[in-house]
Design a protein around this ligand. Sequence first.
Ligand SMILES: Nc1ncnc2c1ncn2[C@@H]1O[C@H](COP(=O)(O)OP(=O)(O)OP(=O)(O)O)[C@@H](O)[C@H]1O
Ligand SMILES: [Mg+2]
Length: 304
Amino acid sequence: MTTNGSGPAGAILPDAPPKDGTAPIVELRGAGKAYGNIRALHGVSLAVHPGQVTCVLGDNGAGKSTLIKIISGLHQHTEGEFLVDGAPVRFSTPREALDKGIATVYQDLATVPLMPVWRNFFLGSEMTKGPWPIQRLDIDRMKKTADQELRNMGIVLDDLDQPIGTLSGGQRQSVAIARAVYFGARVLILDEPTAALGVKQSGVVLKYIAAARDRGLGVIFITHNPHHAYMVGDHFSVLRLGTMELSAARSEVSLEELTNHMAGGAELAALKHELAQVRGVDVDELPEAEDLKAPAAATPEGTS
Ligand SMILES: Nc1ncnc2c1ncn2[C@@H]1O[C@H](COP(=O)(O)OP(=O)(O)OP(=O)(O)O)[C@@H](O)[C@H]1O
Ligand SMILES: [Mg+2]
């Protein structure tokens, strides 16, 4: 386990080499990003291995989106190293990341709500038939392939002709995951896929994150929710104010410890002390930091 919460020097140790011996597909070594004077990310080390889920946790503004923007080719790092398959890279566009097999599913999901599911599945990469320049869309083949690919991932939809906008949020995320798998992703980045979802729908998405992992993809799962992370994660990286506060394999950290890191027990204690100075707040009536650490369970209780 690598922790970086208490040491004044803020030194960050690299992750331990993987126990199963697989080389990371994507790796950051002491990477960081400054937007002008604002240092959004500093000294972050992270490795993504095939067939593993790496969870990136952190509060608002911790640097999670900045981290994945570097990996997905939207922004460039301004310090440290970024390697793909062991070679240093610096992407100028998301297309370059995609060419290396790094696919990102954003929360707003870039789908066309009124278009059928199968059409969205192939959006931008349609199958055609007939000789150039009189090619037509090969609708039958696209429908059949989309149906097969969704089934391969265990996703069963009644009707692929229905507009994708009629699916639930969880189902739409699932289609986006299956699409990335079909188009050859090796690394799948999911930016808070469960943030806007209810308990059951979150369970659906977690199930397909596990399915993508089982098909050998390296998954980067960004979330605020330690319960969701712990259900599928093999490795946990907690960001705080742009630096990595915790980097631990599943065997090295319990759900309770992870929740504690997210909740910031020390900060809650300090807040309580400050509130004690405010007239009218009876601090003895406030819950202990310990009680606040475990939010009322947001645990998916089944998948559809
Ligand atoms: N384009 C930008 N220009 C300047 N500052 C930025 C930019 N993008 C992010 N920041 C700053 O960098 C820090 C990290 O932001 P980031 O969006 O990576 O956090 P986050 O962990 O994704 O937060 P959230 O949970 O709210 O999505 C914040 O202080 C933010 O204000
Ligand atoms: Mg963000």
